[in-house]
Design a protein around this ligand. Structure first.
Ligand code: PCA
Length: 174
């Protein structure tokens, strides 16, 4: 019984076993500059599951000269970060790993999330307030001074922080 309870708390939300759960908090969210990549069927498949926020606090900062959002893998500081959970197929996961320059810029780690709301199909949507795990592109390869930067609960490339995201395919080091 105990085992069953643990299994049901950390639930899998993807309908197909070959799909992985990914939490996006930055430019891959709806309305953000790289969302179109998630929706490109030539790249792979990504299905929106629900809005969610991290169970633990993390510093979500904007850094580098290109104003890139980074979730620093330092649980316990910063804010409970808001984002979106997607189920993605292997092709999309492979693309995202490359797009996010793993392992130099980001690392793909797992994060615990509290589900907020989903699109409504009760059988496919995890219950509001349930706890799920997903992959996230976070980083441990940050500069120490990034820890002093302002943190955000919810990233918006077009927000009033005045740090607009610069998209380029050939990122050069700072
Ligand atoms: N892309 C990933 C990590 C940060 C970024 O801009 C995301 O949206 O979650």
């Amino acid at each position: 019984m105990k085992g069953f309870l643990i299994f049901s708390v950390i639930a899998s939300v993807c309908p197909a076993v070959h799909m992985a759960q990914v939490f996006v908090y930055g430019t891959l969210k709806k309305g953000q500059p790289n969302y179109f990549r998630m929706m490109d069927a030539n790249i792979g498949q990504a299905e929106f599951v629900a809005h969610a926020r991290t169970v633990d606090r993390y510093p979500l900062v904007i850094a580098t000269k290109d104003n890139i959002p980074f979730l620093l893998n330092v649980p316990g500081t910063g804010q409970r970060v808001r984002g979106e959970i997607y189920c993605v197929d292997q092709k999309m996961l492979d693309f995202l790993d490359e797009f996010e320059s793993i392992p130099e810029m980001y690392q793909r780690t797992t994060v615990r999330l509290e589900v907020q709301d989903g699109p409504g199909e009760p059988e496919n949507t995890p219950k509001s307030a349930s706890i799920v795990e997903a992959f996230v592109y976070s980083t441990t390869t940050y500069k120490p001074e990034w820890l002093q930067k302002p943190t955000y609960e919810s990233y918006d490339a077009y927000g009033d922080h005045g740090l607009p995201y610069v998209c380029r395919d050939d990122r050069s080091p700072e």
